[in-house]
Ligand binder design. Structure first.
Ligand SMILES: O=C(O)CCC(=O)C(=O)O
Ligand SMILES: [Fe+2]
Length: 269
């Protein structure tokens, strides 16, 4: 079993020296209790509303990003990966205005902003282990490698995760190689076979997540999602991600082309 990375003090109106030091060293930090369970339930209702709409429209893409569909434990068609969910829900858009998210911009510095209209916007991942599920795990990767696919220089990029389910790390969930945000470009590209390798790494860390917790990881860190050792309802894991980015403002629109890295998506099952 992977070592569990200790949660920090909660996220407040400014980052503490210890929080900054921890993030600089490991490239990841876990803030407990960002939102209450009541808010989590409210958020999930908002996500389901978007899901209903997309299923009704048989929508394939949002701003050029493919939507991943699958089936739930009861066979119902569901969305397993949403992009730009914030652009389709006032409740989700409002969540991103929480001033504590603004505080996190300090981890990047000048020019940093939430990617509400850039990259994939607010992503919602819905993993569940069933025969008909299309989304149960994710192989090792770095998020920054997508910038290379897009032919861009690697700019600072953090990924902020808002977790909507409890996750006992013994059953699976997020795994990350701490400190890999400081690796060479070569290692960022080739340390592992991006998205294809699902093997545990002796140096990986896990997270003891409660619904409502927040994690931040540097986009250059290697990470993966381990498939739940449970099946059905007990394997459900829902998590939203919003990036923090810097550099030139590059909003997407319905005319945006489909990024090359999404060709990998069918490998992620
Ligand atoms: O589901 C997670 O916790 C991580 C997902 C992830 O790494 C990604 O979407 O790039
Ligand atoms: Fe990722």
């Amino acid at each position: 079993m992977a070592r569990i990375i200790e949660a920090s003090s909660p996220l407040g109106s400014e980052l503490t020296e210890e929080q900054k030091r921890f993030f600089a060293e490991y490239g990841v930090i876990h803030f407990p209790g960002f939102i209450s369970r009541t808010t989590v339930a409210e958020i999930w209702r908002a996500v389901e509303k978007v899901q209903e709409q997309w299923i009704a429209e048989d929508r394939e893409k949002v701003n050029g990003v493919p939507i991943k569909y699958g089936n739930d434990v009861d066979g119902k068609r569901i969305v397993q990966r949403f992009a730009f969910a914030n652009q389709h829900s006032p409740v989700l858009a409002e969540l991103l205005k929480d001033p504590r998210l603004e505080v996190l911009l300090g981890l990047v510095g000048k020019g940093a902003r939430l990617g509400t209209n850039e990259k994939d916007g607010l992503v919602v991942n819905h993993y569940v282990n069933t025969d008909a599920s299309k989304f149960t795990q994710m192989g090792w990767h770095t998020d920054s490698v997508r910038d290379i696919f897009l032919g861009k220089k690697i700019l600072p990029m953090l990924n902020v995760g808002i977790h909507l389910d409890d996750q006992d790390p013994r059953n699976g969930g997020l795994r990350l190689l701490p400190g890999t945000h400081n690796q060479s470009l070569w290692n960022m590209l080739f340390r592992k076979k991006s998205f294809l390798d699902n093997e545990p790494d002796p140096a990986e860390v896990a997270f003891d997540i409660k619904a409502g917790d927040l994690t931040v990881h540097d986009g250059r860190c290697w990470h993966r999602v381990e498939r739940s050792h449970l099946t059905g309802e007990a394997s459900r894991r829902r998590v939203m991600y919003i990036p923090i980015i810097a550099g030139k403002y590059t909003p997407k629109s319905e005319k945006s082309p489909t990024p090359l890295y999404h060709r990998f998506q069918h490998l992620v099952k």
